[in-house]
Design a binder for this molecule. Structure first.
Ligand code: B12
Ligand code: SF4
Length: 484
């Protein structure tokens, strides 16, 4: 019997296509079923149509609300029949019971669909091993720009470590240290055409005891260092572009050694992503980066976790270390890009978490700076010291800055910034603490109230800078959404 299958991805923003749904799509197409994909609740997939099964994927836990709303919405499409709605993926695996309670739909038992019959059918197909359906989004208003150019996949699963802030030990508890990716990639190429790049979601590829073999496989697939991808332009001429291999979860600095970096430098790795989660890893991190540089890997990208167990001082220092390395090796053309990543606990249903060493206003300031630079801290020295301050002390002052000065700073300080700074420098420690307690909330009413109530003239004056412009006067909150 041919079944009608609806695949739904909730309407949150994602960079990558939902790989799980792409595999489920191939699975059903292989069984001869009709498959349709929808993003969110906007595209109405004919309510009156009969869907034999509706699958809803889930991803980040902080997208809880939109995920729950989507499940409840599509539950009505199968008239509430829990056997015909299948919910799975990351959020569903991390918060299974809570999601069940909230939606009335029990999420699938398997975090990964790596056993036969995981989707409840009587066959021995292993969904996780199927090649994903790259045609799934044809005809949908949802397009993923990366899909045309990238093979997406995993070589290993799980991880050998159990870091407390990470979901992997719960999502993929068993470390699978090798899967042959060659047939997977070749089958995608045969069916959907060759792709230029290889993007791998491995959590900790260096932990694999078969790392040597992994690199050989990647080279065999045509992703050796300097590899080029050729394609025909619209006018029919042959164009060549550099291929890249991206281990997009980064590599573990603790596990890097000469042998492994030598292997990594044999493939078209670009960029090499390394996590620098805490200042205590400083020496390992530096050693890792220097090893990479000495093996000809010149483009590095760095995840900087903040709002976890770190402090603002330690955050600044980690960024500065990258700038220092960039300057030291500028002649070699080294570029390290830093990507600060705000920590959010694994079961948080939104992004508003603030760690004990941080506060809402400082986090807000970091995010404002990052908005201006589009999330990336570029390698340039001048840029860094202007955006983040010449020293830890200067950085801490920037964190107190009123948003309208912070976001519109020029290369050299303008009158507004200098005047604010003069007033800020004149505050005592106690006054700074009081200032922070006033600005560290998000409502206009509270700010006006604080200005009215304080008898301290210095504070009254400096607080003027924090008032919204006339144009934003009608907004109830001062600085937008705290959930960013
Ligand atoms: C790739 C990835 C990213 C990508 C984006 C992912 C995307 N799809 O857009 C990038 C690099 C951008 C990224 C960024 C971040 N990520 Co991330 N990321 C991952 C990673 C490695 C894989 C996620 C993924 O897309 N997998 C593809 C899946 C869906 O395919 P699959 O595994 O083959 O699917 C199988 C199962 O999942 C299941 N399945 C999947 N979908 C479905 C659907 C149904 C219906 C069913 C039945 C089954 C099912 O079956 C499939 C077959 O076996 C996970 C870790 C992990 N190993 O899962 C972290 C992870 C999801 N990320 C995480 C985090 C914290 C982040 C960041 C917030 C980090 C930060 N602090 O800034 C950012 C946030 C980005 C943002 N939106 O702002 C956390 C999530 C924690 C949480 N609270 O939700 C994870 C779990 C990692 C961790 N260290 O804990 N991430
Ligand atoms: S090493 Fe990375 S993948 Fe492994 S548990 Fe720690 S954070 Fe997660």
């Amino acid at each position: 019997m041919v079944r009608n299958i609806l695949l739904v991805e909730p309407g949150y923003k994602t960079k990558f296509p939902p790989l799980g749904l792409m595999k489920i799509s191939s699975y059903h197409k292989e069984l001869g079923d009709n498959v349709r994909f929808v993003k969110g609740m906007k595209e109405d997939p004919a309510y009156e149509e009969t869907w034999d099964r509706v699958y809803v994927s889930t991803l980040f836990t902080y997208d809880w609300k939109v995920t729950v709303d989507t499940i409840k919405y599509y539950k009505t499409f199968v008239h509430g029949d829990p056997k015909r709605i299948v919910v799975g993926g990351i959020l569903a695996s991390l918060m299974r019971d809570e999601l069940w309670k909230e939606t009335g739909v029990p999420p699938i038992k398997h975090n990964i669909l790596n056993v036969p019959g995981a989707l409840g059918d009587d066959n021995d197909i292993i969904v996780d091993e199927i090649i994903p359906d790259y045609d799934l989004f044809k005809g949908s208003s949802q397009q993923y720009s990366l899909i045309d150019d990238n093979y997406f996949g995993y070589i290993t699963r799980g991880c050998i470590h159990k870091c407390d802030f990470c979901g992997v030990p719960r999502l993929e508890p068993d470390f699978v240290d090798y899967r042959d990716i060659k047939p997977y990639v070749r089958n995608i190429a045969n069916k959907y055409g060759e792709k230029a790049h290889l993007t791998l979601f491995d959590n900790n590829v260096l932990a694999s005891s078969k790392f040597n073999k992994i690199i050989n496989d990647i080279i065999n697939l045509g992703f050796e260092k300097g590899a080029k991808y050729s394609y025909l332009s619209k006018t029919g001429s042959v164009i060549k572009k550099a291929r890249y291999v991206d281990f997009n979860q980064g590599i573990d600095a603790r596990l890097l050694n000469k042998e492994k970096i030598k292997l990594l430098s044999m493939i078209a790795i670009d960029p090499l992503r390394v996590a620098f989660d805490h200042i205590s890893l400083k020496n390992q991190y530096k050693k890792c980066v220097e090893l990479a540089i000495h093996h000809g890997i010149h483009k590095l990208s760095n995840y900087i976790l903040y709002n976890h167990k770190d402090t603002p001082e330690d955050f600044w220092e980690r960024l500065r270390i990258n700038i220092e390395i960039n300057s030291k090796y500028s002649k070699e053309g080294i570029k390290i890009y830093s990507f600060p990543m705000k920590y959010i606990p694994l079961n948080n249903k939104n992004r508003s978490y603030i760690a004990p060493n941080w506060n809402w206003y400082f986090i807000r300031s970091i995010q404002r700076i990052l908005n201006v630079v589009k999330g990336v801290v570029m390698p340039g020295e001048d840029f860094f010291y202007r955006a983040f301050g010449q020293s830890v002390e200067a950085f801490k002052k920037i964190l107190y800055m009123p948003e309208k000065i912070l976001m519109f700073r020029d290369r050299v300080p303008q009158a507004d910034e200098s005047n604010w700074l003069k007033q800020f420098d004149a505050l005592t420690d106690n006054e700074r603490t009081e200032l922070l307690s006033i600005i560290n909330n998000n409502t206009r009413a509270k700010l006006f109230d604080a200005i009215r109530r304080t008898n301290n003239y210095k504070l009254k004056r400096i607080l003027d800078y924090y008032l919204p412009d006339q144009s934003t006067d009608n907004h109830e909150t001062l600085w937008g959404n705290t959930n960013d």
